[in-house]
Structures are given as structure tokens and as C-alpha cells.
Design a protein around this ligand. Structure first.
Ligand code: TYD
Ligand code: MG
Length: 456
């Protein structure tokens, strides 16, 4: 008899266990486990050998016929950029993000954009009236946009069949449910069933479907991670609620690179694409201030310049305070330890605060040099020479290593009119150094302080 593989899932958080548990070890909820069938095991004999020949046969890769997949622009430049030049018809796109970050706004803007696509905007979270009010605020460029407040999958699918839209937005997958599954909307099996049904529809009819998924604070798409495996493209919308900037990040893309990011600003009339992120991440001061440096960063493949602020002050208590906004505190502590050990700076007596402009979260090790420059500048209370920026990674022995994509960083700094950029002395000789910008090199952080400050 064929064996059936089963697993138990926590309805609350999606945790998977091989046996039933009374209490979920991940989220601590009681009585949330349900049994689900994962796959039917037909034994070790492949289906083909057992008499059922597969419909598709292996082919030589060069002989596979098929036209280049055309892409359709969604009418918002930053979104198309992240998708790699537009959406591929028939693809299922997951747009994830924390509540309130702007997923509904972005997807409604896509639906309303003048992209010539017949669009069905399905909302399980807002009424038609609420959507109309929001649409009026955003401006309607697409008269072909249909709004449909509904949560039952069967109804949604029959409307898709009737209306034959080119683009469908489902806001959100956690509110949609199908009659074939008993559990409530938002449960693991509901989400999985609905997403799988939408995927089949997207493929069969060449319709692009965007589904919105809520993400919990720790970055997990609430409910199942499984969703990420089903869909073709995963986009994540990020940002700090206290600031207006938002980043749209491609995490997975079956039809293109995943490294692109889109930058937006949330204003009263919706999200506006930011073509030059550097311009909003750099402040202009009348007088040079200490503790401020500029880092040449790269996020994915996109270079931008960002202001780094550090405040180093005498520690009032025995244990110095260390805090970083938008940056990994452990990385900062490592850099401070390197400064202490290699430059003899007395960091153990200092409180250190670090801040990146715009509420941006950065994890680019190429910003190490800029962080250290800001800390050194604040420590000695001397401003960094005007027009300088930094790109380099710092190792434990204080060596400065080339940052990935250094060429792009240098080019971006030159484009924005920076007069000099400090990079690693180990940078390959063939890296292009554009005219108009002085490229200074350091091999060890010990050589950094003398390059930092203007001659007096
Ligand atoms: P929303 O798209 O509802 O977030 P999500 O769907 O991810 O939960 O956006 C929520 C926030 O965006 C809300 O706090 C108000 C703000 N907002 C603006 O600032 N400007 C606008 O034009 C719109 C529509 C929303
Ligand atoms: Mg929403």
C-alpha cells in the first residue's frame, strides 16, 4: 500500500513538526497543530518504470524551443526595475511586508497606473468605498481597473474567468479562503491551497497575479514560509515606520536577477519613486560638523551614498553604552574593538551612538570605512574634510579590504560631485577611476586618520 507522508503544522506560525504537539515550541500557542498530507509516496520505483511514461521527455538545452518571455511594464518604474524590466505574464508575485508599510498603497498604485492592463483589484481587507477614497487620493490613470471586495477563492476565480484581467492583485492572501479546506482563513493549509490554486490559474491563463502577504516583525511571512517556494517572484517592502522612505527588494525571481532594489518615498498622495536615493540620504550643512561621514554603499546592484553619524562621548557609567540605528550593533562593536586594539583609541571609556540617514537599514560591509571615519571624527571632535566619502571593508587585524562593486561606488561618488573617495589599497589596478575624483587608498586603518581631516 502506498505510504502517505504527513506532517503537522502550527496554524498560528507555520511551524512544522513530525508529530502532533500540544503546544507549539515556536510561538507558544496551545492546540494549534493540524495534520496535513505532504506527499504520497509511491514507493521506490519511478512512475515511468511502473508503466506510466511521463509526458515530457528530457531535451538538449540548446534545442529547447520557445520565444523569449515578453515582459509587461506595470507602469511604475521602480517596480519594473525590481522585477527586471516588468512582469512576465503568467507569473505569481508575492509582495510581503510588515503591516502599515504600504503594500496596499503600492499594489493599488500598480492597479491604477496607466499601464494599459485590465486589472482586477481584489481586497479582503478594505471595502469598495475605502478603496475608492484611497484611489481618489492616488489619482486614477487606469479606467480599466476593477475593484472587488471578496475573500472566497471560488468567487475570485470565477470573476477572474469572467473578467479576463491581465493583472490581478489579491490583498491579502491571509484573508482569502477556499471551501475545500476546513480551517479558517490565514491558516497554513488555507494559504497553501489558495496560493497553489492561484498559481495554476496564473499559468493556465497567462495572467500576472500579485498576492500580498503580511510579514511578522522578525521578517517571516506570517503563516507559511511555504508560500515563498510556490510563487515565482518574492518582493519585500521594507522601511522604518518613522521615516517616509521605503525599499522594495527582490528576494527571489525566477525570471531575472534578485539584486535590484526600488526606492520610494511615502507622501500624502501615495508612493513616489526615488531615482536618486543618494540625494535624499545626504544632508547639507552650512558648516562642517564632526562625527559625520559619507559612505559609498551598494544595495544589491544599486549604488548610493549615505550619511553616517557617530557620537562618541565619555561614558558616565562603568559599562559604556553602544547603540546603532540602522546598523548591526555587533558589527559596530567589532569595528570599535579594532580601533581600540589597532589605533590605541580608548573606546572602553566611551559611549558610542551610530546612526544612518533616512532610517535606512544597511548591512553592507563596504560601509565599515565610513563608520570608522565617523567614529574617529567624533572621537577627536574634528570634522572630516569636505567632499570626502569612503568605501571599504575592515578586517579584524585592521586591514582595509576592497568593498564589493567598488567600481560602481566610485562612479556614483564621482557622479554626485564628491572630490575624493577613500578605498582599499588592495583594490585591483584595473578598477576604473573616473576623472574629477581623487581616489585615495589605505591598506590599514592606521593610515586612515591622516587622510580624514582638512589641513589646518
Ligand atoms: P497601507 O498601504 O495600508 O499599508 P499595508 O497595506 O502594508 O498595511 O499604508 C499604510 C500607511 O500609509 C498608512 O499609515 C497611511 C500611509 N499613507 C500615506 O502616507 N500616504 C498615502 O497616500 C496613503 C494611501 C497611505
Ligand atoms: Mg493593507
Amino acid at each position: 500500500m502506498a505510504k502517505v507522508k504527513r506532517a503537522y503544522f502550527c496554524k498560528n506560525c507555520g511551524y512544522e513538526a513530525p508529530k502532533w504537539l500540544g503546544r507549539c515550541p515556536a510561538c507558544g500557542e496551545w492546540n494549534t497543530f493540524t495534520e496535513e498530507i505532504l506527499a504520497r509516496d509511491t514507493g521506490s520505483v519511478p512512475a515511468a518504470v511502473a508503466g506510466k511514461l511521463p509526458a515530457v521527455r528530457p531535451q538538449r538545452v540548446g534545442e529547447i524551443r520557445g520565444e523569449e518571455r515578453r515582459r509587461t511594464g506595470l507602469g511604475i518604474a521602480e517596480v519594473d526595475r525590481v522585477l527586471g524590466g516588468g512582469a512576465v505574464p503568467g507569473s505569481l508575485i508575492l509582495l510581503g511586508g510588515e503591516p502599515g508599510i504600504g503594500k496596499s498603497t503600492l499594489s493599488l498604485q500598480i492597479a491604477l497606473a496607466a499601464n494599459g492592463l485590465r486589472t482586477l483589484y481584489v481586497s479582503g481587507e478594505e471595502s469598495a468605498e475605502q478603496i475608492r477614497m484611497r484611489a481618489a487620493r492616488l489619482g486614477i490613470g487606469n479606467e480599466e481597473c476593477l475593484v472587488y471586495p471578496e475573500t472566497r477563492l471560488e468567487n475570485i476565480l470565477s470573476q477572474i474567468e469572467e473578467q479576463k484581467p491581465d493583472l490581478v492583485v489579491i490583498d491579502s492572501i491571509q484573508t482569502v479562503s477556499t471551501d475545500t479546506v476546513d480551517s479558517s482563513a490565514g491558516s497554513v493549509s488555507q494559504i497553501r491551497e489558495c496560493a497553489a490554486a492561484l498559481l495554476r490559474y496564473a499559468k493556465a491563463t497567462d495572467t500576472t497575479i500579485v498576492i500580498i502577504g503580511h510579514i511578522t516583525k522578525d521578517g517571516i511571512i506570517a503563516g507559511p514560509k511555504i508560500l515563498e517556494h510556490i510563487v515565482d517572484v518574492v518582493l519585500q517592502f521594507e522601511g522604518d515606520g518613522n521615516y517616509t522612505y521605503r525599499i522594495l527588494r527582490g528576494i527571489k525571481n525566477r525570471f531575472g536577477a534578485t539584486f535590484e532594489i526600488g526606492v520610494f518615498e511615502m507622501l500624502d498622495d501615495g508612493l513616489h519613486g526615488v531615482e536618486n536615493p543618494s540625494e535624499i540620504l545626504l544632508s547639507h550643512y552650512d558648516e562642517p560638523l564632526s562625527g559625520i561621514s559619507v559612505g559609498a554603499a551598494v544595495d544589491g546592484v544599486r549604488p548610493y551614498l549615505i550619511e553616517v553619524q557617530a557620537l562618541v562621548s565619555g561614558a558616565a557609567y562603568g559599562t559604556p553604552q553602544r547603540s546603532a540605528t540602522g546598523h548591526d550593533v555587533r558589527r559596530m562593536n567589532m569595528l570599535l574593538a579594532v580601533l581600540e586594539k589597532r589605533l590605541g583609541m580608548k573606546m572602553f571609556q566611551k559611549d558610542v551612538f551610530l546612526n544612518f540617514a533616512g532610517g535606512f537599514r544597511v548591512s553592507d560591509p563596504g560601509l565599515d570605512l565610513a563608520v570608522v571615519a565617523a567614529v574617529v571624527s567624533s572621537y577627536f571632535d574634528r570634522p572630516i574634510a569636505e567632499g570626502s566619502c569612503f568605501a571599504g571593508e575592515i578586517g579584524l587585524s585592521g586591514e582595509v579590504r576592497p568593498a564589493p562593486r567598488s567600481e560602481q561606488r566610485i562612479a556614483e561618488a564621482a557622479r554626485l560631485g564628491f572630490r575624493r573617495i577613500v578605498v582599499s589599497g588592495y583594490l585591483a589596478a584595473n578598477v576604473r577611476r573616473p576623472k574629477g575624483i581623487e581616489v585615495l587608498t589605505v591598506q590599514h586603518i592606521g593610515q586612515l586618520p591622516r587622510l580624514l581631516f582638512a589641513e589646518e
